[in-house]
Design a protein around this ligand. Structure first.
Ligand SMILES: NC(=O)c1ccc[n+]([C@@H]2O[C@H](COP(=O)([O-])OP(=O)(O)OC[C@H]3O[C@@H](n4cnc5c(N)ncnc54)[C@H](OP(=O)(O)O)[C@@H]3O)[C@@H](O)[C@H]2O)c1
Length: 256
């Protein structure tokens, strides 16, 4: 292996992945583990969290599960302490927990707006800020947010979601401005359409799924493993001089 390839290694790193019991979060937890990181996964449902731990252990990695409702930001400092117990303080944060309630505009309430903005935008900031001091002590860290096509494009019945994801893109730049000089690079991955619980309703509609695939340059929707390479690049020393960027992993959807 050349020295450049070694810089993709995550050996001796600890990663914290929110939403690590499902979809993109689980897939990213497995990819980080495959590159050598010890992984803590956090979300509300315990059984699928344990399943992620089992899957990681089955591929020879180390993982721990932390059951938590991350929408209550007053709990985050305490959760960050707990997250550091199994393997030490996390060097890499992947903010993959999120939701899209897909409400028509007339049905959006103050509560549903807050619910979406909270988990998609507010929690990623407060969680990152709680983890940053330990990263600063080590002089190295990574914050990876999950943006969306809706960071740049409007889709029907998703106004609060789009607002939150537009916010994630700008927050990523602001995080980079704040923390990068201390070795903590902050970037976002903006996935195209990937089959998960969040997009199940979209993928059930075959005509709509095909239309979305046709809107990409590559001609298909995403497979979860399509995210592995971009994730490992942004999580590893390979991206030491990249910060404040939103990397679209969308098959060219936003290029057309
Ligand atoms: N799938 C796509 O095509 C796509 C495209 C662009 C962006 N994204 C983004 O990718 C991220 C992951 O979504 P996904 O597609 O993988 O959907 P998913 O399978 O539904 O995963 C959502 C995750 O968020 C967790 N979560 C939700 N509310 C939470 C809370 N209050 N506290 C803790 N965890 C919470 C869920 O776990 P619990 O329910 O157990 O808490 C689950 O693990 C989201 O930010 C989403 O916006 C997805």
């Amino acid at each position: 292996m050349t020295s450049q390839l070694q810089s993709f290694s995550l050996a001796d790193r600890v990663a914290l992945v929110t939403g690590g019991n499902s979809g993109i979060g689980r897939s990213m937890a497995l990819a980080l583990s495959g590159a050598g990181a010890k992984v803590v996964v956090m979300a509300r449902r315990a059984e699928p969290l344990q399943e992620t731990v089992r899957l990681i252990e089955a591929q020879g990695g180390q993982a721990a599960a932390l059951v938590a409702d991350l929408s209550d930001v007053t709990q985050l400092d305490q959760l960050v302490e707990q997250a550091g117990l199994p393997f030490g303080s996390p060097d890499i944060l992947v903010n993959a927990a999120g939701l899209n309630l897909r409400q028509p505009v007339d049905e959006i309430t103050s509560d549903s707006w807050d619910q979406t903005l909270s988990i998609n935008l507010k929690t990623p900031f407060f969680l990152a800020r709680a983890l940053v001091p330990a990263m600063q002590n080590k002089g190295w860290g990574r914050v990876i947010n999950i943006a969306s096509l809706q960071s740049e494009r409007a889709f029907a019945n998703s106004l609060p979601y789009g607002a939150s994801k537009g916010g994630v893109a700008q927050m990523t730049r602001a995080m980079a401005e704040t923390w990068s000089a201390q070795g903590i690079n902050c970037n976002a991955i903006a996935p195209g359409f990937f089959p998960t619980e969040l997009t199940a309703a979209v993928f059930e509609d075959k005509a709509r799924t095909q239309k979305l695939a046709d809107q990409t340059a590559i001609g298909r929707n995403g497979r979860l493993t399509d995210l592995d390479g971009p994730l490992l690049f942004l999580a590893s020393p390979a991206s030491d001089y990249i910060t404040g960027q939103v990397l679209f992993v969308d098959g060219g959807f936003t290029a057309k």
